[in-house]
Every structure is written in C-alpha cells, then in structure tokens.
Design a protein around this ligand. Structure first.
Ligand SMILES: [Zn+2]
Length: 310
C-alpha cells in the first residue's frame, strides 16, 4: 500500500495526465454523450440536463447530477462503468491482451492471438445479451427490474463503442500510437465520427438483438416518461458482480505499461476486421454461434466463412 501511495503521489506531482479517457465525462464524443444522442435521435427518448458535481482527483472519475433521470440518461450514465469496474480485463474494451512484440511470430501464431481475443469479446457480448433478454422479459411493470435491465444494457454498449476506438489493439499499442504516431484512439475525431455513426445503427437494431418480448419492452421503456433514481455504486457493484478495479489497475496501466514503438510491429496483423465483426455482433444467431465455438481455431474457421480478414 505504501508503494501504491508513493506511486500515486509520483503521478500527481509529475502531473502525468491519468485517464483523460472520455469514458468519464459528458463531453462531445464521450461514451455518455454519444449514447444519449443516439437514443434521443433513434427513439425520440427524453433526456435530462446533467451537471458535473465532482471529479475525483488522480483517477478523474466524474460524478454527475441530473434534473431528470430518464431511461436514456440511465443508459448513457451506465455506458461509463466498464472503464471503472472492468478496467483490468481487455475484452470489454475490444482489446487484445499483451504479448511479446520482440519475438518473431508467424502469421498463424498472430492469427491465433487475434482469435483468442475475439472469442473472449464475442463470449462477453453474447453472455451479456442472454442475461438482458431474460431481465427485460421479467421487468414488465417492475420499476426496480426495469432499472437493472436498462442499466446493464447501457453498460454493455460501452464494449460496442470501444470496438471503433480500439479495433482489438493491446494497451501497449494504445500508448505507442499516441507517443509515436500522435493518434489518441480515444479522442481521434475520425474514430469518434465512425463510432457515432455505427452506434446509431446498433441502437436502432437493439429490439432485434434483444428479441421478443425483451425488444418491445426496451422500446416502451426508452420512449416513456418514467424517471429513475441513479443506481448507487453499491447497487452497480451488485449488478456487475464486481467492484471498481480502476484504483489499482489504473496505476498498473499508467506506471507499468510500456509505450515503446516495438509494440507496433504487429499492429496491422493484430487489428480486428471490425466491419465483419460488427455484422456478427449485430446478428443474434451469428453472435451466439461465434461465441459457442469451442476454441480460437474453431472460431477462425467460423469467421472465415463470414469473410473475416485476418
Ligand atoms: Zn473502455
């Protein structure tokens, strides 16, 4: 703990910007603002006005208040939570775990690193939607369950948004792209524009992804005037089955993640074919089939049928 405190002190005193991720704010192009905008545009969903109440020093987590907290506000707020509750795992951010960038890797080895990360991502998305279908179906006229279902739907949308920022890259690649090529994948205007465009399609397709009756229930909730109480950190923790790992994993990321340009050696090979992946993710049967593949090798064969470019 002493070491942690001294590292934190070091970061603060060196004034290294910690996570300027637009995951926490309501600024244009952030997870929260983009999702709110897509829901308002697609469903004419009502949205309240937000006010920033508090920014946590060092970590940058932001607490907002709303004059009204409708379904769209709840979902947009929830879309920020992957970055604080799932900071450590890579799959919820559409990323690949670190591997050796200095070793000579064959195309076959690189393909299997990619397929392993894809399988984790696809299983995460599929498993979450399975849970959402039964949650929405059991939520009818139960405000508490409605809130849980809308919250969890907002949470998983983060992982769809991140696909268009990260395209499967590792944390080292993320940092190296900024340092050596000047590309901040989380704030690159081109990536934000693509994400916002894709998100609109995804949000429009949500009833199809949720199926019957969950999809119809979602539509009625997102169009309604119902207001909710923002879930507390404790309630979020309970629904997610985990606490906020950002406090330790965030330090790990800032202090121990290399930003050497060596990590960019395999950038092209490791990046995902997001367009093909998107078609699979937005097709419930295909998503489930992909996620049910028994191994990364089996997934490679499945993806090739879909025309996935490794
Ligand atoms: Zn993320």
């Amino acid at each position: 703990m002493k070491k942690v405190i001294s590292i934190v002190w070091c970061i603060v005193s060196l004034n290294i910007p910690l996570f300027g991720f637009e995951g926490f704010s309501n600024d244009p192009g952030s997870h929260m603002a983009s999702l709110s905008q897509a829901l308002q545009k697609t469903y004419v969903a009502k949205a309240g006005n937000t006010a920033l109440k508090f920014t946590m020093p060092v970590w940058g987590l932001k607490t907002y208040t709303w004059d009204h907290y409708y379904a769209a506000d709840l979902m947009a707020d929830a879309s920020r939570d992957i970055d604080s509750f799932y900071f450590g795992p890579l799959y919820p951010h559409a990323q690949t775990p670190s591997f050796s960038y200095t070793k000579a890797l064959s195309p076959r080895e690189l393909r299997s690193i990619e397929a392993k990360a894809l399988l984790d991502y696809l299983q995460f998305m599929d498993g979450w939607f399975i849970r959402l279908r039964s949650l929405f179906a059991s939520a009818q006229s139960d405000v508490k369950k409605e809130r849980d279902a809308l919250y969890l739907l907002g949470v998983i949308i983060h992982s769809y948004q991140d696909l268009w920022a990260h395209y499967g890259i590792t944390n080292e690649m993320h940092r190296a792209l900024l340092k050596h090529r000047g590309i901040d994948v989380d704030r690159d205007p081109k990536r934000i524009a693509i994400m916002e465009h894709k998100l609109e399609g995804f949000v429009t397709n949500l009833p199809g992804l949720l199926g019957t009756p969950a999809g119809e229930i979602f539509v009625s909730l997102i169009k309604s005037d119902q207001e909710y109480v923002p879930p507390t950190i404790g309630e979020r923790k309970k629904l997610l089955g985990r606490g906020r790992d950002i406090f330790l994993e965030g330090i790990n990321y800032v202090v121990f993640t290399s930003d050497t340009d060596k990590s960019l050696t395999y950038l092209e090979q490791i990046q995902w074919d997001a367009e093909t992946l998107d078609k699979i993710v937005q097709n419930p049967e295909a998503l489930h089939q992909a996620a049910s593949q028994k191994s990364p090798d089996a997934l490679i064969s499945f993806l090739e049928i879909w025309g996935y470019q490794f």
